[in-house]
Design a protein around this ligand. Sequence first.
Ligand SMILES: [Zn+2]
Length: 107
Amino acid sequence: MKMELEQDESETTNMIPVCNCGLRAEMRTSWTKANPGRRVFGCPNFGKKTRKFRFFKWFDPEIDDRPRVVILGLLKSKGAVEKARKKERAIWVIFLAFLAYLAFFRV
Ligand SMILES: [Zn+2]
């Protein structure tokens, strides 16, 4: 069982492409509107000004329109929930600070 696992790991390691610069590509997840959640192999130096290090290869196939719209919708609602939670937390902080003020000055 353990042997199988190690074999799987080495297979995965062998799958990782190596860039022209000699570094092993890193797997990242894109969160752009065109490719939300799509995994990509890229050079760790990708995005830096040096033109030489531009290895970039999609790992996942292209996302169909329907799942893409669903993912973007979920991300949008997740963002709205997080925003609401932050606001709620800020209100609590103000409220607790106010209570502390009352307790301290025994108003
Ligand atoms: Zn590179």
